[in-house]
Ligand binder design. Structure first.
Ligand code: SF4
Length: 385
């Protein structure tokens, strides 16, 4: 039976609401294990809404008060989504990946080396420590990279051999189609590019899996060629915030790397990886005005960089855990025109080879793009009189 599309609300707007408010699960064990702590967005769980698998907060402060509830799933993994008692429709949960049941020869669970993100993405944080995370005055205030390590849910450094072993299993057992390799920033001018390159080379030698690497801009643009030659297909260098005030407030250490330095690095990376294969992550809801985010996105798109704008999730245990999440209308105000800008420029989530922009689960941006494509197709197929 095909899943019904929940409600008459456009899917992208429903996803915005679920990602901004979070959901309350009647059965907290529903679906795959939720992600807690770690680099990037966290405290959420993958659910599938109208064919789009998205990450929805379940452990954040807003989620505990969310008006959206998800019933206990039936035997096939389907659940009823309700808002204040009214049924909105049906959602489903991706099944638990089989590679989670395996361990390395030295006894490390594969799930401590890499996780399934979204529906079919293998994601790992190669180095689970960061020069910026050591002190509160430098750490990015939204980041929880140390939490999963402190809780024993991951290991500090994933070796190339471990990553290759897990990637091969995740492809064979669970059909993952691309891989995200991020890293905490190590000391040294390459900003993590060297460990990402050796990790990508090992994975590519074991299995044919498109890889996105994510790091801060390395000192030397030659690293982009080295990463590509090692097997990296797409690159993410994440701005996170776009105005100087917000950057200094929420990421006092990383803000030392100026926006202009990022733009220099983008300009050097796009010719190496190709138009649309370099991306950046921007968090909506930290204080950057929507107009400032859209102006930065316009500049990025002109360079051939895909701006992946994601609603900010206030992760428990971080300095921003009590910061408000953005409202769904704030997110809509950015993502709707952004999807139109992307479509006009020819950049699209679906043509990215690997990574967060392609996965799209932390934002409804790719759903806005899908709706625009559907609208265009509908216009093109209207019979002429
Ligand atoms: S968008 Fe990136 S961080 Fe979010 S679930 Fe997908 S791979 Fe993970």
């Amino acid at each position: 039976m095909k899943l019904e599309k929940p409600t008459a609300i456009p899917t992208e707007e429903l996803i915005n609401a679920l990602q901004c408010y979070g959901v309350r699960l009647i059965d907290p064990k529903a679906g795959t294990e939720s992600r807690r702590g770690g680099a990037g967005p966290s405290d959420h769980k993958a659910i599938t809404v109208d064919g789009m698998t998205v990450m929805v907060p379940v452990h954040t402060a807003p989620a505990f008060d969310s008006p959206y509830w998800v019933d206990k799933p039936d035997a096939s993994g389907r659940s009823r989504l309700t808002r204040e008692g009214a049924t909105l429709g049906e959602i489903s949960f991706p099944t638990r990946p089989r590679f989670y049941d395996l361990r390395t020869a030295d006894g490390i669970p594969y799930s401590q080396i890499a996780l399934l993100h979204g529906r079919d993405v293998l994601a790992t944080t190669v180095l689970q420590t960061c020069i910026r995370y050591q002190s509160r005055s430098k750490a990015c205030q939204f980041c929880a990279i140390g939490q999963s390590l402190a809780a024993g849910r991951t290991i500090k450094r994933k070796t190339p051999a471990q990553l290759a072993e897990v990637a091969a299993a995740a492809v064979a057992l669970d059909g993952v189609t691309h891989m995200v390799m991020t890293t905490g920033t190590p000391p040294g001018p390459d900003r993590g590019a060297a460990i990402l390159a050796e990790s990508a080379a090992a994975v590519k030698a074991a299995v044919d899996l498109p890889i996105q690497a994510q790091c801060e801009p390395p000192d030397d643009a030659a690293w982009f060629v080295r990463l590509r030659d090692a097997g990296v297909d797409a690159l993410g260098m994440h701005l996170e915030a776009v105005t100087p005030q917000v950057r200094h407030r929420v990421m006092p250490g990383k803000a030392q790397v100026s926006i202009e330095r990022y733009f220099e690095a983008f300009a050097a990376a796009v010719p190496v990886f190709g138009r649309g294969q370099v991306s950046t992550y921007i968090l909506a809801g930290l204080g950057d005005p929507p107009g400032a985010i859209l102006r930065t996105c316009e500049r990025l798109i002109d360079l051939g960089v895909y701006p992946f704008v994601v609603p900010f999730v206030p992760i428990a245990g971080t300095p921003l855990e009590s910061h408000a999440a953005p409202s769904p209308s704030d997110v809509h105000e950015i993502l709707k025109p952004l999807a139109a800008m992307l479509t006009k420029s020819g950049l699209a989530a679906v043509t990215i080879k690997a990574g967060c922009g392609k996965c799209g689960a932390c934002s409804s941006l790719s759903t806005y793009e899908r709706s625009l494509r559907d609208d265009l197709r509908a216009v093109q197929t209207v019979p002429t009189q």
